[in-house]
Design a binder for this molecule. Sequence first.
Ligand code: SIN
Length: 490
Amino acid sequence: MTQQYELSELIRSDNFIDGKWVASAGGKRFDVTNPATGEVIAQIADSDAADARAATDAAARAFPGWRDTLPRDRAAVLHRWHALMVANADALGRLISLEQGKPLAEGRGEVMYGASYVAWFADEATRIYGDIIPQQQRGKRMSAIKEPVGIVAAITPWNFPLAMIARKIAPALAAGCTVVGKPAEDTPLTALALVMLAHEAGVPAGVLNLISASRENAGPAVGDWLADSRVRKITFTGSTPVGKYLARESAGTLKKLSLELGGNAPFIVFDDADLDAAVTGMLAAKFRNGGQTCVCPNRVYVQSGVYERFADLLATRVAALKVAPATDPAAQIGPMINARAIDKIARHVDDAVSRGVRVLTGGKRLPELGPNYYAPTVLADASPDMQLSCEETFGPVVPLFRFDHEAEAIHAANDTPFGLASYFYSQDVRRIDRVARQLEAGIVGINEGALASEAAPFGGVKESGYGREGSKYGLDDYLSIKYLCQGGLE
Ligand code: SIN
């Protein structure tokens, strides 16, 4: 019988190092708050470099033992962890909603999404094949085997507090790596709960270590991992400036890096699109987590022949979205994560209004609900000089840009340093092939707005980063190839 916990039993406030819950070395704590109300949910360990070092020491001690376990034994541990996540999906989902603000149904959905990566990589653990290289010389046998890279540092964002850490830890453990991790300061509680369940699932002491830190202390804590040559890989999801910082600062010890960074996703609607499908796809892609998702469309290009009709259909559906605290079962959009996030959204909309957009719906804060709420917004007549065209808004705002020719849309879509996701709607098979090949992005949605899957490779090109998460490719990021050459065989 898989253990089920109450929400309160899942809330941990200490670091998890070497199989034990421990206070931070400096004894400091910081507040984790509910973005809907500003209320303090917990006061948790505020770690610094000493805690990061203790986590690495534990991971280094545990590495040889975990590396040498049979893949099927690692798979069994991951399957037990998956079962615990599923059995506790309601409580974990409520914890996500509490600290991150996404509506309850989305919180539970995130648990199942994150759990799907754990099950996927449990199975992949038993499929880490190498190669026997066809013989090149008599008396010599050559082969390539795959080995775990070593200690992995996982640094994760606030927008998917469970799924992002699960899809980093699961492949690392499947590969035979040990892990040190730090979740975002806004949403550390879900990650700590997940580690508690991993321990219960049988992950041995030292194999998985998690520390929490405030915004002020995160730099020194992570800095210790960047400089430590025992940490062989960094896996990070977050902003492009932080990704570049991690790449620069870890260069001294030449670590392997997976960086899943910012996007500025284009969404193109051609004249020949099924408009109802395009509107439904837009709602699914854009309003997931209130627009606080790296793959959310940020710029919507609509061809002139369908521009007004698409704008009307979309504005009607967006105006009907229910904004409410996550605890309201009818909520479709909750609060934004914090004051910085809501200020950026307001700044983007105000800038666009001052440059002449038409507000079709929304365009304002909702102070009657709380300080962090923003009305879902559709803006017509957006132009490339606006801030929301160049930067990810990360909120519930859809700017519509008009175009006439296919080449113009492709040029505008690619005219950004970023290349994570992109989307387009068309019913012309030749156009579909042409456009899909020309879009500069790691992920392309074709007549589809919901792209997330553990079986698919997730990741970007250009300044959206490198490395892939999920799919059969996702394990390679945690493995290195060793070439074996055996002579004297004749
Ligand atoms: C992200 O926003 O970084 C992840 C979104 C996803 O997994 O679809």
